[in-house]
Design a protein around this ligand. Structure first.
Ligand code: DLL
Length: 438
């Protein structure tokens, strides 16, 4: 396959040149925050890093991390590095506790963001003339508008449908013939389900590509989506504090997500020692933005767990690739002392043929002990089988979970359509120990 590039000078850049580019941009960013954000001026003074003399990456390690809590304390506008008359957009994440976090963009930040996403969509084979159905939510969430500007920067046709109204989504898919759809992977599965009920044969549509992210999803879910929608499904990653969608995205080789290293410097740290881990090891992803003007972040702790690969990809691109995340450190469940990630459970479940990709993990206490159970939907045929056949099926899945994860996880098979579908980020875990309800 002959590969084309949006900007080969940047996508194929060699490591030495990239290092120089990053260092130069990092220094400018440190000067920017030193001069314009009192929070960072204090931080840099305290750790003894002089931004005007900044000259090597090792010094970055001396700077303390920025956390979501720091952004909350500086709510709403105290982290901005530009006066309000240069800010053209803000987004905000809906915090479940305390203040939400607010992020700000200058005109140039919006243009850079569009260009990054355009290059990612281009790498997935999309071109001008292609229509892209954008089913991420529009609003304070970065997904909708983030992708929207990227689609337009590519010169493709944006269909700004936003999330929800699934039957209309399918009608648009039939009538406007988009080449791609952007939404969360859980919403893609829901669209596939509703489409099937409407009698749609996805093989007859023009849809070729899915750009899915905003929540963790396993390769098993990728396969389900690809089969059901008859497309190639790609992973796009990002977070509001660092920019929004597009911090990293897969290419057609589906072998890790290329981080836009000309704009973001990644580090992987051990969340307990807070030291950098050895190259290739799994840990918490930390980002420093190096081109953002409105609200740069220095060493922002994402809480997302992954590892980095610095080898050149088969596509020729040189930027570091992050593996699909295994989840957020704060999504990790501790069950009778054992750490379990929802993604580990998903991986086991999705290998069982007869079950549907709709499940809910329920955690509770029973007799003072942590208890974990997973509710899984099965097809109508399976559900109508005799009670003892169902019980045997449940225990066979329990056995699979035990051998893969090492703890007892109860399984409850549920009737079709009883588990809540998601139009945005799916909620896969209900922790009744924290008062949550299924
Ligand atoms: O979810 C930005 C986004 C929108 C990314 C659309 C991709 C597509 P936030 O709402 O700030 O921003 O949530 C960020 O979502 O720290 C991860 O935990 C999770 N996340 C985002 N993308 C992925 C992904 C957007 N591809 C948080 N895989 C991040 C796994 C993801 N987790």
């Amino acid at each position: 396959m002959d590969l084309e590039f949006w900007d080969s000078n940047i996508e194929l850049i060699n490591r030495e040149k990239l290092d120089l580019l990053q260092l130069d941009r990092l220094k400018k960013t440190l000067i920017n925050v030193y001069e314009n954000v009192p929070f960072y001026k204090k931080r840099l003074d305290e750790c003894g890093v002089n931004p005007y003399k900044f000259s090597n990456f090792d010094e970055l390690e001396k700077i303390p991390f920025t956390t979501k809590e720091d952004l909350r304390i500086n709510y709403p506008f105290n982290m901005f590095a530009r006066p309000l008359n240069q800010i053209v957009r803000i987004h905000s994440s809906s915090g479940t506790t305390g203040n939400p976090t607010v992020v700000a963009y200058t005109k140039s930040d919006i243009d850079v963001w569009g260009d990054i996403i355009a290059r990612q969509l281009f790498s997935l084979g999309l071109r001008s003339g292609d229509a892209v159905q954008n089913s991420y939510g529009y609003g304070l969430f970065t997904g909708g508008l983030g992708l929207h500007y990227g689609i337009e920067a590519l010169g493709a046709i944006a269909i700004p449908v936003s999330g929800g109204n699934t039957e209309r989504q399918i009608k648009i898919m039939q009538d406007f013939k988009p080449a791609a759809i952007c939404c969360t992977p859980s919403y893609a599965l829901y669209i596939a389900e509703v489409g099937k009920e409407m009698g749609i044969d996805f093989n007859n549509l023009q849809l070729k590509v899915g750009v899915f992210g905003a929540e963790p999803w396993t390769d098993q879910i990728r396969m389900e989506i690809e089969q059901r929608l008859n497309i190639d499904a790609y992973d796009i990653y990002g977070l509001s504090e660092v920019m929004g969608p597009g911090v990293a995205c897969e290419c057609t080789f589906k072998n890790g997500l290329h981080i836009a290293e000309d704009h973001f410097i990644p580090e992987i740290i051990d969340p307990s020692t807070l030291k950098r881990v050895e190259r290739g090891k799994i840990g918490e992803l930390v980002f420093t933005t190096i081109t953002k003007e409105g609200m740069p972040v220095i060493r922002y702790r994402t809480k997302d767990l992954t590892n980095l690969n610095y080898d050149t990809c088969q596509c020729g691109r040189t930027h570091a690739r992050m593996a699909k995340t295994i989840g957020r450190s704060d999504d990790m469940l501790i069950i009778r002392g054992v750490n379990v990630f929802p993604s580990q459970i998903e991986e086991v479940l999705m290998k069982v043929k007869e079950i549907e990709p709709h499940y809910l993990i329920v955690v509770d206490k029973r007799n003072y002990l942590d208890y974990i159970e997973v509710w899984i939907e099965v097809s109508e045929d399976i559900f109508s089988e005799k009670m003892n056949a169902l019980e045997a099926f449940e225990s066979s899945i329990e056995h699979k979970l035990y051998s893969a994860i090492g703890i007892n996880i109860g399984v409850k098979l549920k009737e079709p359509k009883t588990i809540k579908r998601s139009e945005g980020k799916a909620k896969r875990v209900v922790d009744m120990r924290k008062g949550e309800k299924p």
